[in-house]
Design a protein. Structure first.
Length: 175
C-alpha cells in the first residue's frame, strides 16, 4: 500500500499498523524515523492523515523551540524530587539546554484522537536524562504544533489524560 507523503508502507497485521521506511525528520534534526500509522485503513477521512503527515515532515526545529519552556518545566518538576548528590539529579541551566538531554524516539505514531476534536496527532516517545523510567512524550497536533509534553502516558492531550476539558490547551501539567 502507498500512503501519500510516505510512499510504500508495510503492514503489521497483528497490530493493524502501517510502517514507513526510515525517513529523515527535520524537526528531529534529520533523525531517520519509521512513521507508524494507526487506524488508517478504516478511517473515512484519510486526507486528514495525509495533511498531518505532510505537516510533520515539513516542520523544523522552531516547533520544538516553541515547546522547550514546557519541557524545561517538566525537567524542573522531576529534578525537584532529587538532591544534588543523588545519581538521578541532572543539571540543566536553561530551557535551551534541555534538548541536549533528550533522545528522540525513532517511531513517531500517527493516529486519530478518539474523543474531543478527533484530530490527527503525532506522538513521539523519547528518552530523557531526568526521567529515565517514564521518559518524555512530545505530541504534535495535526503534525504541526506541540500540544502536549510530559511523561509518556499515551494520551494526546492533557484533557484526555485527566478527563478534564478545561485542560484541552494545556501543554504541560504537573500532577
Amino acid at each position: 500500500m502507498n500512503i501519500p507523503g510516505l510512499g510504500k508502507v508495510s503492514k503489521d497485521d497483528e497490530l493493524d499498523w502501517h510502517y514507513s521506511d526510515p525517513i529523515p525528520i527535520t524537526v528531529l534534526g534529520g533523525k531517520a524515523c519509521r512513521l507508524v500509522i494507526d487506524g488508517y485503513d478504516e478511517d473515512r477521512r484519510k486526507d486528514e492523515f495525509h495533511a498531518a503527515i505532510a505537516n510533520f515532515l515539513s516542520i523544523d526545529a522552531a516547533a520544538l523551540k516553541d515547546a522547550e519552556q514546557h519541557v524545561f518545566r517538566y525537567y524542573e518538576d522531576c529534578n525537584s524530587e532529587w538532591e544534588p548528590d543523588d545519581d538521578e539529579f541532572v543539571v540543566i541551566e536553561s530551557p535551551g539546554e534541555v534538548w541536549r538531554h533528550v533522545r528522540f524516539g525513532s517511531e513517531p505514531m500517527i493516529a486519530r484522537r478518539g474523543r474531543g476534536d478527533k484530530g490527527i496527532y503525532v506522538v513521539l516517545e523519547c528518552g530523557c536524562d531526568w526521567e529515565v523510567e517514564h521518559g518524555l512524550q512530545i505530541v504534535f497536533k495535526d503534525g504541526l504544533t506541540v500540544n502536549k509534553v510530559g511523561p509518556y502516558d499515551g494520551h494526546v492531550t492533557n484533557s484526555d489524560a485527566y478527563s478534564d476539558d478545561r485542560l484541552e490547551n494545556v501543554v504541560y501539567l504537573r500532577r
